[in-house]
Design a protein around this ligand. Structure first.
Ligand code: PLP
Length: 398
């Protein structure tokens, strides 16, 4: 006997992972160069030089028992202090080490923050859609209900849709900017507007609605940096990850930061610690805790992703695909050439193109193309995209 819910989750797999595994098998069958895997968001820009230097220095200079041993459950205090100081200085907001919990990337941050704040079964988390598919799993695991609020035609916040989604059961609004899967970066005006709305709704329901900001792509922007949410809304929890900014996705390191201006900040933080314990997310990888202390503020070169974005967006638009230009992250959200995105993704596979249907992102009719791949993959894939487009024109005329 096993847990039914876990069994279903384990057997269902995520569309992204499934496509990624399919791609590995297809490469064996057809050859590496004939498969164009745009399925997964695995960062490819080289980590900053600082990361390599710091890693070597730590290994050479730290006694092994100190390098690899347990730290305190919420992270080593010197690391938490460094993160708090970085946030204070960089974003000009108050922060303190005793509200920073170092953990295993944004996934763990989301799991424990959601488990910490959802007090009653059936409480709701409003999420602008489309959204990162794992949100559904994490919200459900924490006993909550995810309520999607559609974004506008350019995938920016639609405040009236968010307002309509908020009820007396709403515990938080969870947003992700720069956005996976659309590449949208919400403007200062949008986040300020959201803050105003949350204040109004909190007042009318007589309890604070939290803002959860999932920020693994914060540094990956092609224009102005996004506003820091704590600077515009008091009841904010930031979920940060070094996966993408330092190209460290496999090392599992990030943090939860609860704003000191949050109502009941220390109680929320204690619940975050409890959730970390409950889920086994204590003492994040010790070597990488030490590493991030020396690399705060460093970031992988975004030029690689910008060049890929320009090439892919330009080429696909010229071919006739409809897509909006990504403002950040490394995803292009492309309108499928038929209503059923799954059928479109299946047809794309025949051309060696692995693109993720949008259904698991909470909307139909699109595919996500993850362009954090070597440039040569994009260049080689363009004839396949062209042939895929032509195949639809052909089926229209027969
Ligand atoms: N949130 C979003 C929006 C993501 O795209 C990802 C990963 O792709 C995560 C969270 C999880 O990131 P991590 O690798 O830090 O767990």
């Amino acid at each position: 006997m096993v847990n039914e819910r876990m069994l279903r989750l384990g057997e269902a797999k995520s569309d992204i992972r499934e496509l990624f595994e399919f791609g590995l098998a297809l490469k064996k069958e057809r050859g590496e160069e004939n498969v164009f895997d745009f399925s997964i968001g695995n960062p490819t820009a080289p980590p900053p030089q600082k990361v390599t230097e710091e890693l070597l220095r730590l290994i050479q200079e730290t006694p092994p028992e100190l390098l690899h041993g347990y730290t305190s459950a919420p992270g080593a205090i010197d690391v938490r202090e460094a993160v708090a100081k970085y946030i204070e200085t960089k974003f000009e907001v108050p922060m303190s080490a005793d509200l920073v919990y170092v953990t295993c990337g944004a996934s763990a941050s989301l799991v424990i923050a959601l488990s910490a704040i959802l007090a009653r079964e059936g409480e709701e988390i409003v999420v602008p859609s489309p959204f990162f598919p794992e949100y559904s799993v994490f919200v459900q695991a924490a006993g909550g209900r995810l309520v999607p609020a559609p974004t506008d035609e350019n995938f920016h916040l639609d405040l009236s849709a968010i307002e309509a989604a908020i009820t007396e059961k709403t515990r938080a609004v969870l947003y992700n900017s720069p956005n996976n899967p659309t590449g949208a970066v919400y403007s200062r005006e949008e986040i300020c507007g959201l803050a105003e709305l949350l204040r109004k709704k909190s007042a009318s329901y007589g309890r604070s609605i939290l803002l959860l900001a999932d920020e693994p792509y914060r540094e990956l922007v092609y224009g102005a940096p996004p506003v820091y949410p704590m600077a515009v809304y008091e009841n904010t929890i930031v979920l940060y990850s070094f996966s993408k900014s330092l190209t460290l996705a496999g090392e599992r390191i990030g943090y939860v930061a609860v704003s000191p201006q949050c109502e009941g900040a220390h109680t929320i933080f204690s619940a975050v610690c409890g959730a970390g314990r409950y889920h086994g997310y204590v003492c994040a990888p010790a070597l990488f805790q030490k590493l991030i202390k020396g690399c705060l503020g460093a970031s992988s070169e975004i030029g690689v992703y910008r060049a890929n974005r320009d090439l892919l967006y330009g080429a696909l638009s010229d071919m006739g695909y409809a897509c909006t230009v990504p403002e950040g992250a490394f995803y292009l959200f492309v309108k499928a050439l038929e209503e059923d995105a799954k059928a479109f993704s299946a047809r794309a596979k025949e051309y060696g193109l692995l693109v993720v249907p949008s259904d698991s992102f909470g909307v139909g009719g699109y595919v996500r193309v993850s362009y954090c791949v070597p440039r040569a993959v994009i260049e080689r894939s363009l004839p396949a995209f062209r042939a895929l487009f032509a195949s639809y024109r052909k089926s229209e005329t027969v």
